[in-house]
Design a protein around this ligand. Structure first.
Ligand code: NAD
Length: 489
């Protein structure tokens, strides 16, 4: 076997092909399996068990019956398990990264970044596990001591998307376990492998049977629906698209479940007149192409001041044209395939509509022929203000550039969408930064930089980008209830 085949074999062995329920690895109750495709060549990578309603119920049974014992575990013990899981992932970063690349398509270097980012949620929340602090106070009347006690919320359903198949799982499991919650993880149907590998690491790190259950499914709703209707479930944490999130919120309403919803975005990348153009172009490339452009916080729409727009567009197009597209496991590849044929079709329709509306193709603009769901790195210039591509989540390596004249105008245009996840601004004017922090309708603002995701920082959106935060102390709160104890003085 050559080096690449060995890497593939090692990566696939991390995941196995079984469901994890109640500490046991096994087939789906129906015996059904589903194929996982490699988006770089459309070949079947492997087959995994796909659960349905019965498997989901068995997983919830396991999560519910292990909940009290896990909640009673010493915080230090939970912390040590998470720490061991962090170490185990870090010891095999390349294998985990290859697994991400194989099932999702992002280049290996990018996937290595996801592994480090994702593993950090186990270390960070392991450290946080021993810090579930409450507070004390005295009522203003002086008659009661007010004491708050923190308790784990209880069994959680965690549903993750395909674009960060490892990090979206660890970003939920880390704080859940640290807080003392048990969980059922339902990974995206396209990318179940990284989640199964995370399940294996946790079992090896000593997580007790039933505390973490992993149930890939062909039909997500068949697994999640009955779990959401079960009164033993106490929380739903979902990352995915806004329409699916809206449906799940409705399903969570009868049980009045705690919900954390990390939904879609449409991030503006605003280059103001006084920006450092070199830095802005460099950051634009990263903010647009990371994870093949399939990131919820990817820069979606480039608003560039009219005095800089020609220069910016030309330079961005040069940088995009120089990107190497190919199988993410091959050396030197900057951009891998999109995750599926459907995803590529959606991206191409948005591009075609923008061109029909008058946008100018500065580079790219079409799918790449051949096996694999590749799309040319694309920069569109002079995009008309009303083109749908400016206000729709693109989820591909396509950068539409539009110009603006005034600050009022660009803030109004950027805020005209019904989502508000991330925003990027380039300016040297601190007053303008402060104004954007007040007025740009986003949950996360990157100032003169591209990447800002971090385990220590609260990731999340406003408007239809979601509810709650992941990362930082805020992400821990999502899995804790606050119980008030009143004691007469
Ligand atoms: P998706 O909404 O199609 O799927 C997300 C998850 O929900 C998957 O596990 C899927 O199998 C499951 N699902 C789909 N339909 C369901 C249903 N009816 N009932 C229960 N589960 C169902 O999203 P996707 O295409 O996997 O991911 C891309 C989307 O995720 C983008 O909109 C992106 O912005 C968003 N996203 C958001 C964040 C964030 O932190 N805000 C992070 C990553 C991705």
């Amino acid at each position: 076997m050559d080096g690449k085949s060995e890497l593939i074999a090692r990566a696939l062995s991390l995941a196995g092909s079984d469901l994890l329920i109640g500490g046991e690895w096994g087939p789906a109750a129906s015996g059904k399996v589903g194929a996982v495709l490699n988006p770089a060549n459309e070949a079947v990578l492997t087959e995994v068990a796909v659960g349905a309603e019965r498997d989901g119920q068995a997983a919830l049974d396991a999560a519910a019956s292990s909940a009290a014992a896990w909640a009673a575990t010493a915080p230090r013990e939970r912390a040590e398990i998470l720490r061991r899981a962090f170490e185990a992932i870090m010891a095999r970063t390349e294998d985990f990264a290859a697994l991400i690349t194989l099932e999702m398509g992002k280049p290996l270097a990018d996937a290595l970044g996801e592994v480090r980012y994702g593993a950090e949620f186990f270390r960070w929340y392991g450290e946080e596990a021993v810090r579930a602090f409450g507070r004390t106070a005295i009522t203003p009347e002086g008659n009661l001591d007010v004491i708050t006690v923190r308790r784990p919320v209880g069994p959680c359903l965690l549903i993750t998307p395909w674009n960060f198949p490892l990090a979206m799982a660890t970003r939920k499991i880390g704080p859940a376990l640290a807080a003392g919650c048990t969980c059922v993880l339902k990974p995206a149907s396209l990318t179940p492998l990284s989640s199964l590998a995370v399940g294996r690491v946790l079992v090896e790190a000593g997580v007790p049977a039933g505390v973490v259950n992993v149930v890939p499914a062909e039909s997500s709703a068949a697994v999640s629906g009955p779990i959401l209707a079960d009164p033993r479930l106490r929380k739903l944490s979902f990352t995915g698209s806004t329409p699916v999130g809206q449906g799940l919120l409705a399903e969570a309403a009868p049980g009045v479940l705690r919900t954390s919803m990390e939904l879609g975005g449409c991030a503006p990348f605003i280059v103001f007149a006084d920006a450092d153009l070199d830095a802005a172009v460099a950051a634009a490339v990263v903010a647009k192409t990371r994870s093949n452009g399939e990131a919820c916080n990817a820069a979606n729409t480039f608003y560039v001041h009219e005095s800089l727009v020609t220069d910016f567009s030309v330079r961005l197009a040069e940088r995009f044209a120089a990107l190497t597209v190919g199988d993410g496991l091959n050396p030197g590849v900057d951009l891998g395939p999109l995750v599926s044929a459907g995803q590529r079709r959606d991206v191409d329709s948005l591009v075609a509509a923008a061109i029909a509306a008058g946008a100018e193709v500065l580079t790219g603009g079409a799918p790449v022929d051949g096996p694999g769901f590749f799309y040319q790195p694309t920069v569109l210039g002079s995009v008309p203000k009303d083109a749908a591509i400016l206000t729709t989540e693109i989820f591909g390596p396509v950068a539409p550039v539009t110009s603006f004249e005034t600050v009022d105008e660009v803030l109004a245009r950027a805020n005209s969408v019904d989502v508000g996840l991330a925003g990027y601004i380039y300016t040297r004017d601190i007053k303008l930064v402060q104004r954007c922090a007040r007025e740009l309708e986003v949950g996360m603002l990157a100032v003169n930089t591209g990447p800002i995701s971090n385990a220590a920082a609260p990731f999340g959106g406003i408007k239809r980008s979601g509810l709650g935060r992941e990362g930082g102390p805020e992400g821990f709160e999502e899995y804790l209830d606050t119980i008030y104890v009143g004691l007469p003085r």
